[in-house]
Design a protein around this ligand. Structure first.
Ligand SMILES: [Zn+2]
Ligand SMILES: [Zn+2]
Length: 141
C-alpha cells in the first residue's frame, strides 16, 4: 500500500491525515513480525521525536476499525498488531513471543472444508499455533 492509497482511505473515512499517523500506518503494513505498540513507538521515535505512545494506540485503533490490521490479544500485557487480513496461521513462539505467518494451500483447503461444515461464512478468524523457535531452543540446550 503506498502513501496515496493510505491518504485516500483516511480521507474517505473523514479522518485527519497527519505525518505521524501516516508513519505509523506505513510502519505496520510493512511488517510481518506482528509488532506491539511499544515496538512501533521505539522504532519511530528517532525519526518522530514528538510521537507518543497514545498516538500509536489511537492510530492502531483507527486502522483496526478500518479493517486494515488485526489486533491480536495474547494476554493483558501482550497485544500485537497484524497487517495481514487474509487467512493464515500465526506461528507464535511460546517463549519469546516471536510471531511469523504460515500460509499454505493446505490451510485454505482445511478452512474451506470447515466453512462448508459450518454452513456460514465467519466474519473473521484467528488461528494461532504455539511452538518453540530455534533461538529459544538453542538457549535451552
Ligand atoms: Zn499473522
Ligand atoms: Zn522464541
Amino acid at each position: 500500500m503506498d502513501d496515496q492509497e493510505l491518504i485516500n482511505i483516511f480521507r474517505e473515512n473523514r479522518l485527519k491525515v497527519t505525518t505521524q499517523r501516516l508513519a505509523i500506518c506505513k510502519f505496520i503494513v510493512s511488517r510481518a513480525d506482528h509488532p506491539s505498540a511499544d515496538q512501533i513507538y521505539h522504532a519511530l521515535k528517532t525519526d518522530y521525536p514528538t510521537i507518543s505512545l497514545g498516538t500509536i494506540y489511537k492510530t492502531l485503533g483507527l486502522l483496526e476499525e478500518l479493517g486494515l490490521i488485526q489486533k491480536l490479544r495474547f494476554n493483558e500485557s501482550s497485544i500485537r498488531y497484524d497487517p495481514d487480513m487474509e487467512l493464515h496461521i500465526n506461528m507464535v513462539c511460546s517463549k519469546c513471543g516471536k510471531i511469523y505467518d504460515y500460509k499454505a494451500d493446505n490451510v485454505k483447503k482445511m478452512w474451506d472444508s470447515i466453512i462448508l461444515d459450518l454452513g456460514f461464512k465467519p466474519k473473521r478468524q484467528r488461528i494461532d499455533i504455539y511452538y518453540e523457535c530455534d533461538d529459544c531452543k538453542e538457549i535451552e540446550s
